[in-house]
Design a binder for this molecule. Structure first.
Ligand SMILES: *Cc1c(COP(=O)(O)O)cnc(C)c1O
Length: 388
């Protein structure tokens, strides 16, 4: 798919490496989220940490999504993109005072609170401004997301959230905190979850938590079940859209809402991963002792997921139709971990060939660094390139 509609002739003038965002893929993904979430009036807060490219945020805003932010910088980016503050949620285990103050000043929808000390600080800072902060307790449901251990977040051993065993203590403390108002509960069990039964397990746990509050005659206005839906990194051409229908259906079927309660979601990766590719050039094809290396001008400073999580990205040679060969596809950075793929099958590669690392729209551009004093990768959308 990418090969067919990729305007190769223009790229001679563009410096590699760069991110390329296919806005048609993004728009159909966003539309599908809207359609499937709309069936049950679920609220969607796009997780900005997956990608904050302004063109992407424009589409998110157009769809009317709210924002899930994990820093003051992201809150500011969401507001700058025109996303309504009353649809912003703010998560994170280490919210700094200035970030809490910024969120209070904008009167955001909700703080997703991850610890007792954080709750006390939010209360104190809100008191100073004579405001009331709406908070949801981020509870650790101890559900295994069956994903890479670096991206599971919902187990008791993880640093995130308040353990269920500590809920009693929090509920006892809350009435004394007069500048926070409890409006919800929040969960997020991990990322790149492709087995929908993990979300079913989450629903069971959420229902138990609901019972806990009902027994205390507390009906919380909202429940937030976080993000985490995975994408198909192996076959981005055949499966450009994640199974949003099946995903939202799990919650419709298995999560019991109380009358008037709203259900909130925080998808990040599933919205933006498949629209993005990192485009690089082959600098050298090097014959090693037992294998060939295709050395790219992109490295882990441009796309760190393979290095950080042993993540797989499909790699395509956009410039060659020659017979396939095997390569270790590596970057130029002075670390052995700067390897995108080992024994990767590519159409025969030559110096100057354009290479696409697919499904790179989430946790790609946002994680770029300048290590080795490299330039940050640029980014172009299909809209911009079409206008060239
Ligand atoms: C990272 C994160 C998300 C988004 O996760 P995805 O796997 O990208 O959908 C949502 N909520 C919270 C609290 C997060 O930390």
């Amino acid at each position: 798919m990418l090969k067919g509609n990729f305007p190769l002739d223009k790229f001679g003038q563009l410096q590699t490496p760069f991110y390329y965002y296919d806005m048609n893929v993004l728009r159909s993904t966003v539309d599908e989220v809207e359609r499937q979430a709309g069936k049950a009036d679920f609220r969607v807060h796009y997780a900005l940490k997956a990608n904050v490219n302004p063109a992407i945020l424009r589409e998110v805003r157009r769809a009317g999504f709210g924002a899930d932010c994990v820093s003051g910088g992201e809150i500011q980016a969401a507001i700058d993109a025109g996303i309504a503050p009353e649809s912003i949620v703010f998560a994170g285990v280490g919210k700094a005072d200035w970030e809490i103050n910024l969120a209070l000043d904008h009167n955001i929808f909700c703080f997703n609170v991850e610890s007792v000390p954080e709750l006390e600080v939010i209360d104190a800072l809100a008191a100073r401004k004579n405001r009331t902060a709406r908070v949801a307790l981020r509870l650790n449901p101890n559900v295994n997301a069956h994903t890479h251990h670096y991206i599971t977040t919902g187990l008791n051993e993880n640093k995130f959230g308040i353990n269920l065993a500590d809920l009693d203590a929090v509920m006892t403390l809350l009435p004394s905190l007069r500048h926070v108002q409890l409006v919800g509960v929040h969960f997020h069990i991990g990322s790149q979850i492709t087995d929908l039964t993990s979300f079913q397990s989450l629903c069971v746990r959420v229902n138990e938590v609901q019972d806990y509050f009902l027994a205390r005659r507390i009906v919380l206005p909202h429940v937030n079940v976080g993000g985490g839906l995975g994408v198909n990194y192996e076959h981005p051409n055949h499966f450009p859209l994640p199974d949003f229908e099946g995903y939202f259906q799990v919650f419709r079927k298995h999560l019991h809402l109380q009358p008037g309660q709203s259900l909130h979601f925080e998808p990040g990766r599933s919205v933006v991963a498949q629209c993005g590719s990192l485009i690089a050039r082959v600098l050298y094809v090097k014959q090693g002792a037992a294998k060939q290396f295709a050395i790219l001008d992109a490295g882990f400073t441009d796309l760190i997921r393979p290095t950080l999580y042993q993540a797989y990205h499909r790699i395509e040679n956009l410039s060659s139709d020659e017979e396939e060969r095997q390569y270790d596809v590596v970057g130029p950075i002075c670390e052995s971990s700067d390897t995108f793929a080992k024994a990767c099958t590519l159409n025969c590669a030559h110096r100057g060939d354009l290479i696409a690392l697919r499904s790179a729209g989430a946790y790609g551009e946002v994680m770029a660094s300048q290590y080795n004093l490299r330039r940050l990768p640029r980014a172009y959308t299909s809209d911009e390139l079409a206008a060239h």
